[in-house]
Design a protein. Structure first.
Length: 276
């Protein structure tokens, strides 16, 4: 059928309901966790392990409800530490990425050391940070260190990946260097930079939890370690579930910010009749 024929026939085709289509698109998202829960429950039925060794999903759910106040108290500390660490990493990492991409001298002097710093295991640094800083501050600092690297690397790659011919064309038309950077270079690099921010948001939660394991008086990492020492495995699993939810929430918040900052990326440029 010709293009004109398809365009004429498109309005008469029965399109799926929007809500039904959205539900079908989200269905694969639930398959993996549901499969994991089913496998977990099958192990409980077949192997019948002791509750302190491997609690059932129902036991974990019961603990999440009965100890909800305790879990929320510790979750608030982890959320605050992760959020502050991520915010510092986003601001300082973006500023450093802009400096490295904009100045070859800064790139040669700083960028190799930023990369080399990732060869140091965070588990080797976290105990020292816990000694040097007080509770809360140490967790924020470790979260910042872990989340800093993805922001810098993706920021540098995004800014360096913009076609310089576009900037030269704007300068030829009379645009200033700052206007070109603000209106052309930075918007073109934002998709890559947001990819780094999404990774950084999740890494910030990981860094905060690692620091809580090393030394803290609150937080889900502290609660998980303390509960494991008391053989309260169900509570440890509940803390892990909350940590996963917090990581997903951070990831979703950055994705929402990307959708707001880059609204054109939400809309398909392909006509409806050509979509598979």
């Amino acid at each position: 059928m010709s293009t004109a024929g398809r365009l004429a026939a498109a309005p008469s085709e029965a399109l799926p309901e929007p809500h039904r289509t959205a539900a079908l698109r989200r269905l694969p998202l639930a398959l993996l966790p549901l499969s994991g829960l089913l496998a977990w429950q099958m192990i409980i039925w077949i192997a019948a392990p002791r509750p302190w060794l491997l609690p059932s999903p129902a036991d974990v759910a019961e603990v999440m409800w009965s100890d909800r106040e305790r879990l929320w108290f510790h979750a608030q500390a982890t959320i605050a530490e992760s959020a502050v660490g991520f915010a510092l990493a986003a601001v300082l990492g973006t500023a450093l990425a802009m400096a490295i991409a904009g100045s070859p001298a800064v790139g040669r002097a700083v960028y190799p050391w930023v990369v080399a710093s990732q060869a140091i295991p965070i588990l080797a640094v976290a105990p020292l940070v816990a000694i040097w800083l007080s509770y809360g501050t140490a967790q924020v600092m470790v979260a910042f260190v872990v989340a800093f690297f993805p922001v810098v690397v993706t920021g540098v790659d995004g800014l360096r990946g913009v076609d310089p011919a576009v900037g030269r064309a704007m300068r030829t038309l009379g645009a200033s260097r700052w206007w070109t950077y603000r209106r052309v270079t930075l918007p073109a690099a934002l998709p890559t930079m947001f990819s780094g921010l999404r990774m950084s948001a999740v890494f910030a939660v990981t860094g905060a939890v690692v620091a809580e394991y090393v030394g803290a008086d609150r937080g889900l990492g502290y609660l998980s370690e303390f509960s494991t020492a008391e053989f309260r495995t169900a509570r440890s699993f509940a803390a892990i579930v909350l940590l996963a939810l917090i990581g997903l929430a951070f990831f979703g918040a950055v994705s929402l910010a990307e959708r707001i900052a880059l609204p054109h990326r939400r809309h398909s440029v392909r006509p409806t009749w050509r979509r598979p």
